[in-house]
Design a protein around this ligand. Structure first.
Ligand SMILES: [Cu+2]
Length: 146
């Protein structure tokens, strides 16, 4: 009986994390809708993490222009997008900022998330912080023009 309960508990927590991901996507969708045509819709921007590359290697953005940054782990290994200066300089929707820990977005294999943000001007290096991943090719640059 106890064992059955443990399995149930595990499944429930897995469901909760799936629900959280779906809630984030729904929130961003409503944020986009709320922005309305007069403010201009956020531009969708993608960063793909693979073993072992960040694509694009250099991402060009415009300061002050809202974006929906989709970070996707398109691989079977865990990776992260580490860009502490980029994230701390940007204005990030609070619900999305909660997904960034120590300047890092950690993603399980084949998971993605969307961050609604307004980038600030600068040149920011990005990498995966997992051991040897940067050396193997997981590094890049975000250039935000003013
Ligand atoms: Cu990695």
């Amino acid at each position: 009986m106890t064992r059955g309960l443990k399995i149930l508990t595990f499944q429930a927590s897995a469901l909760v994390s799936c629900a959280l991901v779906m809630a984030t996507v729904a929130d961003v969708a409503s944020a986009v809708a709320a922005a309305g045509p007069s403010e201009g819709n956020p531009r969708p921007v993608n960063i793909s993490l693979t073993s072992f590359a960040l694509t694009p290697g250099t991402l060009y953005l415009k300061a002050g222009q809202p974006i929906l940054l989709r970070v996707a782990n398109d691989s079977g290994l865990s990776h992260d997008l580490t860009a502490p200066e980029f994230f701390s300089a940007a204005a990030i929707r609070p619900a999305d900022a909660a997904r960034i820990t120590d300047g890092k977005i950690a993603l399980s294999p084949h998971h993605s998330l969307i961050i609604a943000m307004i980038p600030a001007a600068g040149r920011f290096s990005v990498k995966c912080s997992h051991k040897f991943h940067k050396m193997l090719g997981m590094s890049g640059l975000i250039v935000v023009d003013s």
